[in-house]
Design a protein around this ligand. Structure first.
Ligand code: PLP
Length: 398
């Protein structure tokens, strides 16, 4: 199929809910993507943060190939060995407790919302506080939790029981709590919101506040999980222990999966009939996720995310000294944001022409999240392309 034929099918048969770039990919390996014409791209935002181990990681491919021959799917009314094994690994590697499997980040957050409501039900508590500029998903409830009018306004009226307050503003948070509040939901690094890192003191205060007021502390690790920040989960960088975490994206090397992990006494409120997901925790995705966890361990990818992340950060800081249009470099591990004094869409396009894929979020922030397997020479290559593109981009003026 040529590019026109591919595009025509989309035009005629796909719901047009996505902004699209005219790029047509057919193959990927590691940090490289290849288009229809065979042109190679360096992918520094692989799969919107899903392909955390790069495209088609060998270990996941092998595990999935093996599993697909054995058992692909099983109803959640039966037992199979892979789900329990994976849940044990995830639980022990995070907050302890029990896991609910689903298929996406939005569903993981939806599960967390429902669990919070079960928790507060007997006391009439149901309100959940989240942060401005957060991103938690596109279902009606998670969209409301997201608290960004640009996403939610067309879908009014929205579900009741959600409000958002300023990120990193402890006083605003305290003020927003009332007798109906049951939980606080936080991304420790806002991804879509512009790679905004929560302040250490703020996070500690929120954790303490939740304990004092019997509020559930929910940390959305959909984007930050699975080694992205240099720890398996971002909360581990802050020395706190949430009640609930939500996961998805890079969890199974590209397979669609999500999960909510909750402290056991809270998780046990989800008795039969309260929640379900037909596809959740299938043998296939569990095998993929177990392979991801094994690979992170065997290849020492957490410490690699720290070293490569620091190297990437150093390179970006160097560019900041050269180009005054860069205002700030933010992030942790291999999750980095470059804030500009102007919208960065044109910069993204110019990097793309030179064979580098990055993301532009919140209009002015370049989001860079390469695979945990990225090499030093790939970072050098990407930064060379970025520098060339910045020369044009910054010369024009805001
Ligand atoms: N939570 C965070 C922090 C996210 O970044 C996203 C997606 O970008 C979601 C939730 C929603 O995940 P999904 O698109 O898999 O529903």
């Amino acid at each position: 199929m040529n590019e026109q034929e591919i595009m025509d099918l989309y035009k005629q048969y796909i719901v047009p809910s996505y902004g699209k770039d005219d790029l047509f990919f057919v193959r990927g390996k590691g940090s490289r993507l290849y288009d229809v014409a065979g042109k190679e791209y360096l992918d520094f935002f692989p799969g919107w943060a899903v392909s955390g181990l790069g495209h088609c990681p060998t270990e996941v491919v092998r595990a999935v190939q093996q599993q697909v021959k054995t058992l692909i799917h099983l109803s959640n009314n039966f037992y199979h060995p892979w789900q329990g094994r994976l849940a044990k690994r995830l639980s022990e590697a995070s907050i302890g407790g029990k896991v609910f499997f689903c298929n996406s980040g939005a569903e993981a957050n939806e599960a967390a919302i429902k669990l919070c409501r079960l928790y507060g039900r007997t006391q009439g508590r149901y309100r959940i506080l989240s942060m401005e500029n957060a991103f938690h998903g596109r279902t009606l409830a998670t969209l409301t939790l997201t608290g960004q009018k640009k996403y939610s306004d067309p879908f009014q009226p929205l579900p009741e029981g959600f409000s958002s307050v300023r990120f990193n503003d402890y006083d605003a948070l305290v003020k927003a709590i009332d007798k109906e509040t049951v939980a606080i939901v936080l991304e420790l690094i806002q991804g879509e919101g512009g790679v905004n890192v929560a302040d250490q003191r703020y996070v500690e205060q929120v954790a303490a506040l939740c304990r004092e007021r019997d509020l559930l502390f929910v940390v959305d690790e959909v984007q930050t999980g699975f080694g992205r920040t240099g720890s398996l989960f971002a909360f581990q960088n802050f020395g706190i222990m949430p009640d609930i975490i939500t996961l998805a994206k890079s969890m199974a090397g590209g397979l669609p999966v999500g999960a909510m992990i909750a402290r056991s006494e809270i998780a046990d409120l989800m008795v039969p009939g309260t929640h379900a997901s037909t596809f959740g925790g299938s043998p296939l995705v569990c095998a993929g996720c177990l392979a991801v966890l094994d690979t992170i361990e065997k290849k020492n990818l957490l410490s690699r995310a720290v070293t490569m992340g620091a190297y990437l950060h150093k390179k970006l800081e160097l560019l900041k000294t050269k180009f005054s249009c860069i205002k700030e470099i933010r992030g942790m591990g291999l999750m980095r944001g470059v804030e500009f004094d102007r919208p960065c869409r044109d910069l993204l396009l110019s990097c793309r022409t030179r064979g580098l894929l990055v993301n532009c979020t919140h209009d002015t922030v370049l989001r860079i999240m390469p695979a945990l397997t990225v090499t030093r020479s790939e970072i050098i290559q990407a930064m060379d392309i970025l520098e060339l593109s910045l020369e044009e981009f910054c010369a024009i003026g805001p």
